[in-house]
Write a protein that binds this ligand. Structure first.
Ligand code: NAD
Ligand code: ZN
Length: 343
């Protein structure tokens, strides 16, 4: 089968012929239809220090996907050939304390598809049946393909109550933009999104931000005054991984404010802990999605009319992956989707 492979320990990816995956009795084999390009894939493509430390080579990359089941193992009773499904990309151990307690998203021994085990940028992917999410009938395949990052957005956006609250989102990447849509749907009042990238600020408005700010051009408290906000933000969603964004957020929170941190800093960030202590802030780290409460929430939010389709700004056939990756690297894009039907 055709697959996008990190073939050598250096920059770039290759569309290669690789052996088809085999399945065990508890596994499902999926014919991949569409995939989304994630920041993780860009790190692997670029071969930065994290990728060099983390990725064994050769590796089929990619983890955001939707496909159709083409075969099931003998123990699989809940899924059928033809089902439209996505996969939770974290394969958990099933035996650690958290797994045994039903808190699978807190597993200490996860293995990630497209990072530690073969990924989804391929004609076929095999996964344990416990990792399969069956989509509702009629789901838009492009939207289904990005349930993984949509799940990051939902998990973070709903970490704290937002009804009637003022929310600050730092970083208008695909996940920040989808988070704006989620908190808008959930009834937030002001939804301020900060990003130095103008293309992405405009995308955030399309998805539901009520105001945006270029942090390089304007101070956050100036915008807060213009909006008539006297007490700072109630909820902060950090979705950039950038130190200046976190510093601005900490300074802009109301007393008792709550921060959900999804962004992955690439360097150590020192913060003024006095702001945390005296303003009684809560900071909570968010990783992945809850298994499978977040997946349930995504399906029903889409059914209830939450529309995130406009975060997908570019679509390419899988064979045009070089162009697709260049678009995703450029920053002048939201989510970039690859179509595998011609592979
Ligand atoms: P992205 O890189 O596409 O978006 C990040 C955005 O932050 C960019 O648009 C960038 O211009 C903006 N930014 C940079 N400096 C900023 C600043 N000072 N203030 C405000 N914005 C600033 O990333 P994404 O795919 O949308 O993901 C968002 C973040 O979440 C990334 O840090 C990513 O690594 C992380 N992530 C975490 C998880 C998890 O499970 N915790 C999962 C996926 C992604
Ligand atoms: Zn575990």
């Amino acid at each position: 089968m055709k697959a996008l492979v990190k073939a050598v320990r250096g920059p770039g990816l290759e569309l290669q012929d690789v052996p088809e995956p085999t399945i065990g009795i508890n596994d499902v084999l999926i014919g991949v239809r569409r995939t989304g390009i994630c920041g993780t894939d860009l790190h692997i493509d670029r071969w930065d220090a994290w990728a060099e430390r983390t990725i064994p080579v050769p590796m089929v990359v990619g983890h955001e996907f939707v496909g159709e089941i083409v075969a099931t193992g003998a123990n699989v009773a809940d899924f059928r050939v033809g089902d439209i499904v996505s996969g939770e990309g974290h394969v958990v151990c099933g035996r650690c304390r958290n797994c045994m307690a039903g808190r699978r998203q807190l597993c200490a021994h996860t293995s990630g598809i497209g990072v530690n085990r073969p990924g989804a940028f391929a004609e076929l992917i095999a996964l344990p049946q416990t990792n399969i999410w069956h989509h509702r009938d009629g789901i838009d395949l492009d939207v289904a393909a990005i349930f993984d990052p949509f799940g990051n957005a939902v998990h973070t956006a709903l970490a704290f109550p937002v009804l009637g609250e003022d929310v600050l989102i730092t970083g208008a990447g695909p996940i920040g933009c989808m988070a704006a849509a989620v908190v808008r749907h959930a009834g937030a009042r002001h939804i301020v999104v900060s990003d130095p990238n103008r293309y992405r600020r405009e995308l955030a408005i399309t998805l539901g931000a009520t105001a945006t700010i270029d942090p390089a051009a304007r101070a956050l408290d100036d915008l807060q005054r213009e909006l008539g906000m006297f007490e700072g933000f109630d909820v902060g969603l950090e979705m950039s991984g950038a130190a200046p964004a976190l510093h601005a957020m900490l300074a802009g929170m109301a007393h008792g404010g709550k921060i959900a941190m999804l962004g992955i800093p690439t360097v150590d960030i020192a913060i003024d802990w006095n702001q945390v202590v005296f303003n009684m802030l809560t900071i909570r780290g968010i990783y992945g999605r809850e298994m499978y409460e977040t997946w349930y929430q995504m399906s029903v939010l889409v059914e209830a009319g939450l529309d995130i389709a406009s975060v997908i700004t570019h679509r390419y056939p899988a064979s045009a992956y070089r162009e697709a990756f260049a678009t995703a690297h450029s920053g002048s894009s939201g989510k970039v989707v690859l179509d595998w039907s011609d592979a």
